[in-house]
Design a protein around this ligand. Structure first.
Ligand code: TYD
Length: 208
């Protein structure tokens, strides 16, 4: 059987890691093989690209360059991590994936979702995650959390207004029904979030 690919999405500070931990905890309990990956990064080249993207010295980065660098990191991840693991039956739990580029670069940076999709489909060959979980939380709350987590990177330090634009962009993508996308209410407690996410994952497993 092929492995599943599940991606967590939402602006920074929405609680993606809480849900990732719940899913991997369930996989552990069931004795299922999985690996975690984060975007950008999780490959040798991807981590180098992550450093360039996070570096505050690169404030003047052109938005097309930004979109292409995220795509380049994703191409490495798809080729070196996602494809081989899925083929051997290992699931891949992703901290961000394609929807991040549609929200941040496509909508908020204004490059267009179709254009961003095009540069990604250049290497994704039509691949989409089996499930994408969007953490829905307003930017006031998520930004409060984010600031407590430590030093902010180049994109995070663009401020609360930017994060609210990202939040609205995600909601727009949700309304437009991009991919197999479900939305969880980020104001709920950890247990409820874990429960709701696992219900979806279990449904997915039954379909296989
Ligand atoms: P993230 O890994 O969530 O940051 P951290 O681990 O420091 O919390 O992502 C880094 C930043 O990159 C984040 O602000 C979201 C942004 N991003 C995009 O703009 N486009 C993308 O395609 C991806 C994957 C991330």
């Amino acid at each position: 059987m092929k492995g599943l690919v599940i991606a967590l999405e939402g602006q920074d500070g929405t609680g993606k890691s809480t849900v990732i931990n719940a899913i991997t905890g369930y996989f552990d309990e069931m004795g299922l093989d999985y690996i975690n990956a984060r975007e950008p990064g999780s490959t040798n080249i991807g981590e180098k690209i992550r450093d360039i993207l996070a570096d505050k010295a690169n404030k003047d980065m052109d938005y097309h360059t930004e979109a292409l660098l995220f795509a380049a990191s994703r191409s490495e991840l798809y080729d070196k991590v996602i494809k081989p693991n899925v083929c051997k039956g290992t699931s891949v739990i992703l901290d961000r994936f394609l929807l991040s580029s549609l929200a941040y670069q496509g909508i908020v940076r204004g490059l267009g979702t179709d254009e961003v999709m095009k540069i990604n489909d250049f290497f994704l060959e039509g691949f989409r995650p089996d499930l994408t979980i969007l953490m829905d939380l307003d930017a006031k709350k998520s930004y409060e959390r984010l600031k407590k987590l430590g030093e902010l990177d180049r994109i995070e330090s663009l401020g609360e207004d930017f994060q609210e634009k990202v939040h609205l962009a995600y909601l727009k993508l949700y309304e437009e029904n991009h991919m197999k996308l479900i939305k969880l209410d980020g104001t709920k407690d950890k247990e409820s979030l874990a429960h709701e996410a696992l219900d979806e994952v279990k449904k997915l497993m039954k379909e296989c």
